[in-house]
Design a protein around this ligand. Structure first.
Ligand code: NDP
Ligand code: MG
Length: 398
């Protein structure tokens, strides 16, 4: 039977890759709902191609969408708006699979709604898990949701772990013979930059990743290594493992997408050309496999595999994220919120690239940590952190 898919963030990089795979398998999947935030014309084009039942946009974009859909003879598509609209499609009874591909904290509530509705949730939106951590993992257990990693590293680790690994006790210890997770990082476009050079980099340079084509925010995160920091936290939650057992390995070629080490001396790696269609297809079809257009790895061409330790002096964001995970509680949510503000400020030319971790560290130091006891507490910490980070950004600019 065909699976009904809801794509949160359909106009983004992950959204588009998801649609590309669905298009290849029309009998197996149908698109129930799609969402956009600013790219309304692109959403209409998606609606034209995939004929979803529902489209969701911010309330101020509803009339624009209505007009464009009417012009394209697509007036039968129901339009919903705002966060309530996103939540209602994520938990809709007709939906089997939710692709969580909104960027940043804006994706938290709809992703959580999908988890609480017991869906197969394909998790690209790492910020949602970084913020809500234990709460989201517990909700997945309580509501029997299948939370499958789309982030390429986590998808790789998932593929290298024993099949029943996630059913084991969630106590922070590696189990079932696993000794360590090796999270690979490309090192980003500025891997070999000196601190002086890093101070001068522009948003355009930061958004040009050497191996992956991605949205702006994650591109900047990859350049600061905050992306790897967020992924470290993501891995700890997904695989119920303490940060002590997760090592970050810089691997500039992005051919190995991450590894799992075992107590008997084995290291299992998942390899492939860097294209997000592979992990998306894996998470969509798991435990089956479906075809993608991604060419198989040609080891005679991609024969060089290098590995280095990350430099946390030039890239302190990784260290900040590890410390936030160690502290636990609200620290990861504060780290994420202040990073979102800092990245936005950098993209608007308000602060330098090297100020991004400074803003995050400043905010983490200002806000006393506490237990992430409820969603409200997490959302409040997110708001407070944004305010403090914004104030700091403004003070730097003046
Ligand atoms: P993009 O910026 O390309 O896309 C983001 C999507 O979210 C767009 O559909 C955008 O709408 C929508 N959106 C943005 N802001 C809001 C908001 N406030 N409310 C609702 N929707 C919003 O990002 P990516 O696709 O690159 O990344 C998406 C997520 O996946 C991120 O969390 C990222 O970390 C993660 N990820 C991405 C990878 C990649 O290769 N791209 C790899 C691994 C993880 P619109 O475009 O219409 O404005
Ligand atoms: Mg990744």
């Amino acid at each position: 039977m065909s699976q009904s898919v809801c794509i949160l963030g359909a106009t983004g990089s992950i959204g588009q890759s998801t649609l590309k795979i669905l298009q290849q398998h029309p009998g197996q999947y149908s698109v129930f709902a799609v969402t956009a935030h600013s790219r309304i014309a692109e959403l209409v084009e998606i609606c034209r191609q995939f004929r979803p039942k529902v489209a969701v946009v911010p309330s101020e974009k509803v009339s624009e969408l209505q007009q464009l859909l009417k012009q394209s003879d697509l007036h039968h598509i129901e339009i919903l708006s705002g966060e309530a609209g996103l939540i209602s499609i994520a938990e809709h009874p007709e939906v089997d699979v939710v692709m969580a591909a909104i960027v940043g904290a804006a994706g938290l509530l709809p992703t959580l709604a999908a988890v609480k509705a017991g869906k197969r949730v394909l998790l690209a939106n790492k910020e949602a898990l970084v913020m809500s951590g234990d709460l989201m993992m517990q909700a997945a257990i309580d509501h029997q949701a299948l939370l499958l990693p789309v982030d390429s590293e986590h998808n790789a680790i998932f593929q290298c772990l024993p099949a029943d690994y996630l059913q084991a006790e969630r106590n922070g210890q590696p189990k079932k013979g696993v000794s360590r997770l090796l999270l690979t990082a490309s090192g980003g476009p500025f891997r070999n930059h000196t601190l002086d050079q890093l101070r001068q980099v522009t948003p355009a340079q930061a958004c040009k990743h050497p191996n992956w084509s991605m949205g702006q925010k994650i591109s900047v995160d990859s350049a600061t290594l905050m992306n790897k920091g967020l992924e470290l936290i993501e891995a700890c939650h997904l695989f119920a493992i303490s940060e002590h057992f997760v090592t970050v390995v810089v691997h500039p070629q992005s051919i190995i997408h991450s590894m799992v080490q075992y107590v008997d001396g084995s290291t299992l790696a998942q390899m492939g050309n860097p294209d997000m269609c592979t992990p998306i297809a894996h998470a969509l079809a798991w435990p089956e496999r479906i075809q993608t257009h991604v060419p198989p790895l040609d080891l005679f061409v991609n024969h060089q595999l290098d590995f280095q330790e990350p430099d946390t002096l030039r890239f302190p964001a990784l260290k900040l994220a590890r410390e936030a995970m160690k502290s636990g509680g609200l620290a990861p949510a504060v780290l994420n919120a202040s990073n979102e503000i800092a990245v936005g400020a950098f993209l608007n030319n308000q602060i330098k690239f090297t100020d991004i971790p400074v803003v995050v560290e400043h905010t983490l130091n200002l806000l006393p940590n506490a237990a992430a006891s409820s969603l409200d507490v997490i959302l409040e910490a997110d708001q407070k952190a944004r305010l403090l980070a914004q104030q700091f950004v403004s003070s730097k600019g003046s």
